[in-house]
Ligand binder design. Sequence first.
Ligand code: AMP
Ligand code: MG
Length: 514
Amino acid sequence: MALGCVLFPCIVHNPLMPALDNPSLTLPWRNRYAALGPDFLSPVSPTPLPAVHWVLQNTALAADMGLPAAFWEEPQVLAALGGSATLAGSTPLASVYSGHQFGVWAGQLGDGRALWLGEIDTPLGAQELQLKGAGKTPYSRMGDGRAVLRSSIREFLCSEAMHGLGIPTTRALALVGSPGKVIREELETAAIVTRVAPSFMRFGHFEHFAAKAQTPQLQTLADFFIEQQWPDLLSIDAGPERYTALLARVSERTAALLAQWQSVGFCHGVMNTDNMSMLGLTIDYGPFQFLDGFDPSHICNHSDHQGRYAYARQPQIAFWNLYCLGQALMPLINDQDLAVSALENFKTDYPHMMDERFAAKLGLAQVQATDHGLIQNLLQLLATEKTDFSIFWRRLSHAVAALSHTNSSQAFEPVRDLFIQASAWEAWLPTYLQRLEKQEAHTTAEAMLKTNPKFVLRNHLGEVAINQAKMGDFSGVQTLFNLLASPFEEHPGHDNFAAFPPDWASSISISCSS
Ligand code: AMP
Ligand code: MG
């Protein structure tokens, strides 16, 4: 079996608890996906985790979703998010998808451990809810359907960190833990993340029906997605033009996502086609990493021996994945040239968006012709010294702010201090200063401080909090959650969370095991 990650059998305590209905908590369910039928999904009840307890509650998201104030107090909510009760109106199901893993067709993959609870109307628009780790589904293959506390904390924190950074992502509403045991490389405890997104549809959902040559189902799925997410495309007749427009829009969204990932030094780690969202959201947080030192060839996934998903290769891989989606949609598009033209959006949009993102990081409101070279030269010099990526940009922002009350050599001293060989930096700086001169320095610095985060979820920060959590102390996880939710704020007293990584950080090894 071609698995992106090795799955191990597990032992989980599952005292069979009866499913409960909770008539007092009425949520505005609207489960459109469930109506698609058995080719697309299997109704599955969650398998209860024993003795569940709260680890994290995202009260801000709950409020934004208009969930009732009593939501977190209801014992049945904890039970439902721990898999031992069903919220009234929810129709749990597992959807089926396939995909390419590490560049190879892997057939049917999932969803082996995510249960779709349904869709609710919220002030944020209709949102789908999923439990990740709620037990086996018909698509679990050799897996146990569970997720461990360690990886669930990483998923929760990084979803919210991305949201805090303004990067499209699935969200995390809640995290429940349990003493129930799961076997991975070692015995670990299980957890369930409740995640939220307007749609959890992946490229792999479409690849599934294309691979089975089930064109009617492929079209049903495409039309379902269009109707649910991009109804403006319904004005195009159901034919090649409509599905070309769908592919073009996914290409644009994916380009925008990749430009954002690259601009914060985010490595996804497992960009298989089943981990690519049709909406261009960051999804399926596994061995991801925010770069410490800027190393374009950095590989964050211990299981990625070839470096397929190295930081600098991500845009290229995103295009490869879009190409797979284009192939999958070919029975509906029927014209190679149309499909290629839709994919071209990525090729034209991405470089432009990249320049826009990095220009914004430099405090340049508009991209000018010479800015591309300025950006590339800077990235080259950061790569040469593997300069700490987040600290560099934050210090640069503060340096530009300091220009309003001191001279440039003093203002930029903390930035220069980041380089062992400062000559390349000193050669680059004057061109930047000339470029900045045309702008209002104070406004520029303010914008930079809202673009270059002080806090990112560095591996070592997650590691420390996870080790604490494993001992039953969730305060570290909560602190990180608070900081990462507003990563551009200064958060006085928490500078150690924005400091250089300790030496041991480089020895952290994150694999797909989750
Ligand atoms: P990933 O490479 O983590 O995206 O995993 C690929 C697919 O394998 C997922 O979408 C799941 O359907 C399935 N999977 C991963 N871990 C498990 C597990 N512990 N139990 C069941 N299925 C799993
Ligand atoms: Mg996945």
